[in-house]
Design a protein around this ligand. Structure first.
Ligand SMILES: Cc1ncc(C[n+]2csc(CCOP(=O)(O)OP(=O)(O)O)c2C)c(N)n1
Ligand SMILES: [Mg+2]
Length: 561
């Protein structure tokens, strides 16, 4: 056995290799933050990116690294970047990569890869086939001469196509001497796709006649930063505004905002949505969650669908008018077209509707289902919402608890709401929240998670502590896979496979170095007020909630299929 010391004081001789070209090119094209787990396949390229000027954040699991990059991208509006080892490093990242693909997050994953001729390598798998199978794009470092172009192209595709791109970096090509390459060319300015005039006119015809129009913003509207343009259109045609669950916050604070449409709609919003005669969906596919299984935007509603993807039209409900175009560009064009046709209409924007909309979810009467052992999850959410500063972000996991943050935790804008439910995977929420917190470290970020999702992501508690993040890990702890309890319990199944003994989650958090409290009534939240006042690293709130209380939205969802 030999003891080896690695002194940072020793001069580091860095050869100029293809890996250096990759790092320098990505930094020159704007990459400043990278998340990752480093192994032999991505060590040198990651090192080169950091040498070039980027900041590296180590995750404890590759799924965490990619979820962090996803959260960071959604909160910052920029391309998120992660770096993983080849083979198992990439397979570990697949769930988070699938989520990013389904949610159309612009993401670049740098993945080591085995040399083409290393047929016997343990690490060898079909990396291209793997990432393509979850909807990500596979790109490749081909040769020393193409290294700069390969890196720039991968980044540009992620940005323009709004997708995760995985850049395969064969380790033998990375290690080759750098070729003299022309200096990196700045990417061409890419303008968002503008809608055809005829399509704008057809949509304007519908809106000009509408009595009770609703404009719905989805993920495509968030990616296009279309909130102000859609609001301007709403003011011109007298429309109410609503979002899909993933786009919560898009119209925050506006007087005619209904909030989320679908299963998470407030009673007031649900009443109005069911009466809409016209709906214009901007970057929202009107899936069964958004329409509450057809309760909204059914046969009695004329639907205009605006999307950059032709394949999106009719994915769930055939639109009456389909407009291919960027959400922002189309909202602006529609507002211009209506302005050219005449004066603004008030339509559904009446004082009576405004008065009805002043009522929020938390104003609804609450029959407290708490007990000596358990806090009502709604009471927990309302109390936490009231204690946090308004400038905050919320990132969620998936599970039965999901409605509580959606209903009760307010956010100032759509980039402050990170709702990783494109793949409906449990276990991504904590890491997504870490990425979100890193994007804006001065405010509080809430990771709203279930006990099951937290247990899947436990190692990243150490990451949150190590990075000293202003992170509130809010656990809806029912000691169960509650979604399954409420799904199969009513059918009479025995539930031993989805229930667990009560676990002291606060103790896990303290072991990782975080502060933590166990909460069975709102009075137990007092240390949260001190944490908000005094600052400091992560705080975990283990909210002990009753496993037998099922939210109405979930009962509805199971009923709807
Ligand atoms: C990775 C993954 N595994 C399993 C599931 C199936 N599933 C959906 S919700 C859920 C329970 C999650 O439990 P928890 O995080 O405690 O939230 P709860 O439903 O109890 O509120 C499970 C296992 C899934 N969606 N994703
Ligand atoms: Mg649970």
């Amino acid at each position: 056995m030999r003891r080896v010391s690695h002194s940072p004081a020793l001069p580091v001789v860095v050869p100029h290799t293809v890996a250096d070209v990759i790092g320098a090119t990505l930094h020159a094209h704007g990459v400043e933050v990278v998340f990752g787990v480093v192994g032999s396949g991505n060590f040198v390229a990651t090192h080169a990116l950091v040498q070039a000027g980027a900041t590296f954040h180590a995750a404890r699991h590759e799924n965490g690294a990619v979820a962090m990059a996803d959260g960071w991208a959604r909160a910052s509006g920029r391309v998120g970047v992660a770096s993983v080892h080849q083979g198992p490093g990439l397979t570990n990242a697949m769930t988070a990569l699938a989520e990013a693909a389904k949610s159309r997050t612009p993401l670049l994953v740098l993945a080591g890869d085995t040399p083409a001729a290393a047929l016997g390598s343990n690490f060898r798998i079909d990396q291209h086939g793997l990432v393509a199978s979850v909807g990500a794009l596979a790109e490749r470092l081909h040769a020393p001469e193409t290294a700069a172009a390969d890196a720039a192209r991968a980044l540009q595709r992620a940005r323009v196509e709004r997708r995760p791109v995985v850049l395969m970096l064969p380790i033998d090509v990375q290690a080759e001497p750098a070729q003299e390459a022309p200096p990196p060319v700045a990417p061409a300015a890419s303008l968002p796709p503008r809608p055809a005039h005829a399509a704008v006119c057809a949509a304007a015809d519908v809106l000009a006649r509408a009595e009770r129009p609703v404009l719905v913003g989805g993920r495509g509207a968030v990616l296009a930063d279309a909130g102000p343009a859609i609001e301007a259109l709403g003011a011109r045609c007298g429309a109410l505004l609503a979002t899909s669950a993933v786009a919560k916050g898009l119209f925050a604070g506006l007087p005619y905002d209904l909030g989320i449409t679908g299963g998470f709609a407030s009673p007031v919003a649900a009443g109005l949505l069911a009466e809409a005669d016209v709906a214009v969906a901007f970057g929202a596919r009107l899936n069964p969650w958004t329409t509450q299984h057809g309760r909204f935007f059914g046969a009695g509603t004329t639907v205009v669908h605006v999307d950059v993807e032709p394949a999106a039209f009719g994915a769930y409900r055939p639109p009456d008018v389909a407009v291919i175009g960027d959400a922002q560009a189309t909202a602006l064009a529609l507002a211009d077209e209506l302005a050219a046709r005449g004066a603004a209409r008030s339509a559904w924007r009446t004082p009576e509707v405004a008065a009805r909309l002043a009522r929020r979810w938390r104003d609804e009467p609450l029959e407290d289902a708490g007990s000596a052992e358990h806090i009502d999850p709604r009471a927990l959410s309302i109390a936490v919402d009231g204690m946090l500063p308004a400038d905050r972000a919320v990132a969620t996991d998936s599970g039965a608890f999901l409605g509580y943050p959606a209903f009760y935790l307010e956010v100032p804008g759509p980039c402050d709401w990170v709702f990783t439910n494109g793949f409906q995977a449990v276990g991504l929420g904590l890491a997504t929240a870490i990425g979100t917190a890193i994007a804006a470290p001065d405010r509080v970020t809430v990771a709203a998670v279930g006990d099951g999702g937290l247990m899947m992501a436990l190692p990243e508690l150490e990451t949150a502590v190590r990075l000293g993040l202003r992170l509130l890990v809010l656990v809806y702890d029912d000691a169960a896979y509650g979604a399954e309890v409420h799904h199969f319990g009513p059918m009479g199944y025995e539930l031993g496979t989805v229930r667990f003994p009560d676990a002291d989650l606060a103790a896990f958090a303290r072991a990782a170095g975080a502060q933590a409290i166990t909460v069975r009534e709102t009075a137990d939240l007092a240390p949260l007020a001190a944490w908000v006042r005094e600052g400091g690293g992560p705080l975990l709130v283990d909210g002990k909630v009753d496993p037998d209380v099922c939210a109405d939205w979930l009962t509805d969802a199971f009923r709807g299929g």
